[in-house]
Write a protein that binds this ligand. Structure first.
Ligand code: FAD
Length: 609
């Protein structure tokens, strides 16, 4: 071992969206944490879209914030356009999204990490994992870094994103690297294979960036931000910065013809890339093939910041050769003379199928080694941040000899995310959708603090300001509900009156003046609690049923081979996933109620003997 050796409680590798949240959470709960990353100038970098949130993703950001994480405050401080999506639908579907000033966002995250007590941010390239095997148990001990040094810790969190054995493609041009202008990581991939992990490949892509000065804005539609922008963080009272508009234009038949003629030069179609990409974020060449009857696709022109002319063209991710990318834009309204500043490309990278992890994101194979973010087969900054927070927290808890904590599926989208990953795995880059959550009405963006902040306080994740604000809000909600329950309007109890579809909060305030003193966010909670009481109650009954099954815990060493009548398929799957309780077992694909009954009967008979 090298003479340059540093000792920590938790080491986090990679300072992307997963790594920064992991390291900050670990340090917040008191673990001495090192965050090692190849380049300090790319901490918190947005590899692709300069935006945070969106449908289901916005809910995750609110949850990360409710747990004391960085992402919500970072986007509030650096956002250039805020919109609440799906406002015409019910509150379960409302999803915040914001464009970020990409550079400012990254600086903000870096500053937060730098200022965090217990946390050392260091520019280091990790080359290998140090492990020790005693008997049949392997544990991580630390990492070695480029330049003859090592960092030791009982827990290590891997968040290397798209960088493992990464190859970028534009046409037939191939370059080693996980993001334009950056290199790749091979040592860690090798270490994972040596340790016996399954490693597979995914791909993702990014669109070209244009120079705003060369766009004809008279030919495109304008998309302004919301008149009253809503912040992401429960600590932000008001967003006062001026907002920048985005713009919309469309592809057309001529562009689609050009793409069809050049499909043989697209790495996805020429056979140059075989790995699978995100189905719901397809490249333009994919869209033209899969939706052949569509005559145009929407393109959003999104500014990358206040102080740059760079425009991200959302909707036209591509790895077609440069000459085709140049020609495409010449055929699009408003972009005829647009100058490409960065060409689009696809990137292929290694990931570790996440069924190799326990729900608290520690690997089953190597004790103390945690995984979070894109390395687990997910895509998206928000998914990465949510996992990072859970992995960092649990690495720190393990070091302190504490039990892991993971939110349940009825408590958070983050709970849905980790449960889906470790129970079912993923055969394409996993992104969150509201449809993945069975308790959508409970998991709203507006109530993330009510779902998680008390718990976060008990875990030691939040500061005094957040605690104080949370309790003040809860008091206001209780006051509002009390007022509604004890008042009458037109001889009807006010809470019953409020359930009428046409009745809104301002009307209630005109009838019961004390209600006007309830702060807006608390008033919204009173309104939803009362209006949706019936639906919420029904979901809670379901949740109770789920909790009863979750209470039937299965020991991690449970021997499925000892259940004679169990089907082979069930035996194999249960032995691989090793579910922690009957509820998780139920969600493994192909596991039937009969299999569960056998496992339960076997557990009961073992308990009796
Ligand atoms: P990253 O943000 O990639 O961070 C990984 C960090 O690890 C980096 O800081 C890197 O420097 C560091 N690192 C790597 N190896 C080492 C090492 N050996 N030692 C030390 N540090 C190391 N997401 C979407 O939702 N939609 C998209 O359309 C989309 N398109 C994308 C296109 C491209 C080209 C890329 C690269 C990514 C795209 N993404 C997209 C994915 C999105 O960027 C990721 O989901 C997100 O950044 C993952 O966060 P992460 O923290 O897991 O990894």
């Amino acid at each position: 071992m090298s003479s340059n050796c540093y000792q920590y409680d938790v080491i986090v590798i990679g300072a992307g969206h997963a790594g920064t949240e992991a390291a900050a959470a670990s340090a917040r709960v008191g673990a001495r944490t090192a965050l090692l990353t190849t380049n300090l100038d790319t901490v918190g970098q947005m590899s692709c879209n300069p935006a945070i949130g969106g449908v289901a993703k916005g809910q995750i950001v609110r949850e990360v914030d409710a747990l004391g994480g960085l992402m919500g405050q970072a986007i509030d401080a650096t956002g250039i356009q805020f919109r609440m999506l799906n406002c015409r639908k019910g509150p379960a579907m409302h999803s915040p999204r914001a464009q970020a000033d990409k550079r400012a966002y990254q600086h903000y995250v870096k500053c937060q990490v730098e200022q965090q007590d217990n946390l050392d941010l260091c520019q280091e390239t990790v080359e290998d994992l140090i492990t020790e095997t005693i008997g049949d148990e392997t544990r991580v001990l630390g990492v070695t870094v480029r330049g003859d040094a090592s960092y030791l810790a009982p827990t290590v969190v891997l968040t290397t994103g798209t960088f493992l054995k990464a190859i970028m493609h534009t046409g037939d041009e191939k370059t080693a690297g996980g993001r334009a202008g950056e290199g790749t990581t091979t040592g860690i991939s090798g270490a994972l294979q040596r340790l016996g992990f399954e490693v597979e490949r995914f791909k993702t892509g990014t669109p070209p960036r244009l120079n705003a000065r060369t766009i004809d804005y008279s030919k495109v539609e304008t998309q302004p931000g919301d008149d009253q922008p809503q912040p992401f963080s429960f600590l932000t009272d008001k967003l006062s910065a001026e907002q920048l508009p985005c713009h919309i234009t469309y592809t057309n038949e001529a562009v689609h013809d050009l793409i069809r003629k050049n499909l043989h030069r697209a790495p996805m179609y020429s056979g140059q890339i075989n790995s699978r990409g995100p189905r719901y974020c397809p490249s333009i060449e994919d869209k033209v093939v899969r939706f052949a009857d569509k005559t145009g696709h929407q393109l959003f022109l999104e500014p990358e910041g206040w102080k740059t002319q760079e425009i991200y063209v959302n909707g036209i991710s591509t790895s077609l050769p440069r000459d085709v990318q140049d020609q495409m834009f010449r055929m699009i309204d408003g972009l005829e003379n647009a100058k490409i500043m960065r060409y689009g490309y696809a990137v292929e990278y290694d990931f570790c199928p996440p069924t190799q992890l326990w729900p608290h994101l520690e690997s089953k194979r190597v004790g103390g080694l945690f995984f979070a973010g894109q390395i687990n087969g997910t895509t998206g900054y928000e998914e990465a941040a949510g996992q990072g927070l859970i992995a960092g927290l649990n690495a720190a808890r393990q070091t302190a000899g504490k039990e892991p904590w993971v939110p349940t599926r009825d408590q958070a989208y983050i709970g849905v995310l980790v449960d889906d990953l470790v129970t079912a795995g993923t055969d394409e880059p996993y992104r969150m959708f509201t449809s993945r959550a069975e308790y959508r009405l409970l998991l709203r963006q507006d109530n993330a603090d009510r779902r998680l902040t008390q718990q976060a306080d008990e875990l030691g994740l939040i500061n005094a300001e957040r605690r104080q604000r949370y309790h003040a809000k809860i008091e206001q909600i209780e006051l509002g509900i009390q007022l509604l329950k004890k008042s009458k309007i037109e001889k009807v109890a006010a809470d019953i009156y409020l359930r009428r579809p046409e009745v809104d909060w301002p009307q209630m305030c005109s009838q019961i003046p004390e209600l006007a003193n309830i702060e807006a966010n608390a008033a919204q909670q009173c309104l939803y609690d009362i209006k949706y009481e019936g639906y919420i109650g029904r979901q809670r009954v379901e949740v109770e049923r789920q909790h009863r099954l979750a209470g039937k815990r299965i020991p991690t060493s449970f021997d499925y081979d000892s259940i004679g009548p169990l089907r082979n398929e069930a035996r194999e799957k249960l032995s691989k996933i090793r579910p922690l309780n009957l509820d998780q077992a139920k969600r493994i694909s192909g596991i039937t109620p009969a299999d569960l009954a056998l496992v339960l009967a076997h557990m009961e008979s073992k308990r009796k003997t």
